[in-house]
Design a protein around this ligand. Sequence first.
Ligand code: NAD
Ligand code: TYD
Length: 402
Amino acid sequence: MNKQQTTNTSATLRLRSGQALSAGNKQPTTNTSASLSAGNQQPTTNNKQQNLLITGGAGFIGSNFTHYYGQHHPGNKVVVLDALTYAGNKANLAGLESPENFLFVKGDICDRPLVEKLLAEEEIDVIAHFAAESHVDRSILGPDAFIRTNVVGTFTLLEAFRQHWQEQGKPEDYRFLHVSTDEVFGSLGPEDPQFTETTPYAPNSPYSASKAGSDHLVRAYFHTYGLPTLITNCSNNYGPYHFPEKLIPLMCINILLGKPLPVYGDGENVRDWLYVGDHCAALDVVIEKGKVGETYNIGGNNEVKNIDLVRMLCTLMDELAPQLPVSPAEKLITFVKDRPGHDRRYGIDASKIQRELGWSPSQTVESGLRSTIEWYLQHRDWWGPLLSQEYKAYYEEMYNRR
Ligand code: NAD
Ligand code: TYD
């Protein structure tokens, strides 16, 4: 492990710049921000300094949140713990290397001594837990890593954080935010009401089952030990830094490369789509104002059939991308064999977070897709290197035999 990136043994935080800051020197932040409105959002009421541990902060949502948090709470210390699996990418955190209150640690959430050391030395009072194996298709190919990271990793963090919180005298402002998914609720029929926070769990894939298991552990730590936990269950995210195994970035990149657009089954499966910036704003407000022990559903109010979404992407690409190899891009749409156990519909009722915490999404699927496509057009240097040998092998295994 790179020593420069890891913790030290004193109560001093060693900074990447070589400077040092007393980790115990918790100044009130200057953040009195009354107000960010939706998307960039929500009143920030807490003006005490927080030392935040972000697990999985080099992944898609975690890195967006790390940027978001740094912008909205510039006085707070952020420590990112990430194992840099295939889905983790240091380039997602570009621009954050030098600030004095940012530390990146390459490490595994299942490594209990490392987690304990970080919590103690960095005086962490809030964990925002994103680290996970996150792709349903990969969970079908190989579920082991999902059980290890999502279940055992979450358990490890909970145990370490419980010990740390107890040792510090159970401070009231400590928080453990567990970032989860709407997929734990299973599949809806076309006329079923959307998922609420009281919908029974019915996960159908190894991914969603492992996330459900981790949600239950978090719930149990609140009820049994009083650990100040928060759970969020969110719908499908999209936006910058999205690894190209997931539907939207995969389709965008295939359109740019003139490759087939593989739509599973009949393409009538429905997902609710949330722009990642809106998700970050929601998580920020949950940390600040959420009631401990509660869960909050987060959604974009954008239920769309896959085939309609892919057509929308094609139309936007025809408009925004210069000189596509195949035009109109819709010509590339190819229906392929369905995913085993493919959930038909997800739909989120996000009225609780709106009512209780004042959050609502700012982007429509149209506006969010437009800015996402623009980002992918401007960041070939980010996604080009991701189409590596490992990715090609995955792609071949997943798509070539369909
Ligand atoms: P991602 O796959 O893009 O990123 C996961 C990150 O976790 C990567 O940086 C990876 O290196 C890291 N990681 C994996 N195993 C680790 C381990 N053992 N120790 C430390 N780090 C490890 O995932 P994402 O899409 O950003 O999702 C983040 C969280 O949000 C996940 O918990 C996921 O279940 C949840 N979520 C995702 C979505 C979505 O649409 N992507 C929707 C709702 C909820
Ligand atoms: P995905 O982005 O993998 O998210 P999730 O499975 O967690 O919802 O997939 C979104 C939807 O798109 C899902 O119904 C599966 C479908 N899909 C395709 O049709 N083709 C693809 O190549 C991929 C990756 C997904």
